[in-house]
Design a protein around this ligand. Sequence first.
Ligand code: DX5
Ligand code: ZN
Length: 221
Amino acid sequence: MSSSVKIASSILAADFSRLGDQVKQAEAAGADWIHVDVMDGRFVPNITLGPIIVEAIRCSTQLPLDVHLMIVEPEKFLDAFAKAGANRIIVHAETCPHLHRTLQQMRELGMKTGVAINPATPLSAVEEILPEIDQLLVMTVNPGFGGQKFIEFCIDKVARAKKLIDQSGAAAAIEVDGGIDRSTAPRVVQAGASILVAGNAIFHHPAGISAAIKELRASIH
Ligand code: DX5
Ligand code: ZN
């Protein structure tokens, strides 16, 4: 099970004064994907980056770019992020009143489709749409900042999400984001997650990026 787990390095915790370099280091260290957090100061209380930074990251790596849109009206920006080089786009269910249409738009742009739900959002918010989703992001912190404490009750939510997906015959992978490190990673994988987003645990590890990714992978074996 753990051999197919993907590690997505969240550049939110990287040193932005040498972003290209940090992304290259993560790739060399064996990260599977680069996770890019886009925040608008409206859906979440923080502002980060837009398509031009995604374009710059695209030039620095061959890895798939997993772009997490924590923004209101994400449908207005799908095209720009696709053109900038995103491969997978995640929108929040909380920001999409017409989620089915938004996912169709993403597919038409050739993107893999991701839908995120906040810790307080019930799984029922995505139940109907599961067959249309490539990845269901179960947030394990409240989105907006890196380095927050993992919210314990989300483990049970991951387990219930896994059950729901299996029962419905959908193929969605479960992604987790927030507070993932060597101690929480094995627990979420055990519950059914197969995509681990990690920021601080990778870019702020005292032994460096390469050791950090090795440690994270070892924790789930
Ligand atoms: C939080 C972001 C995360 C963040 C995770 O809103 O979606 O991707 O970078 O950071 P860590 O791994 O440090 O909790
Ligand atoms: Zn994220």
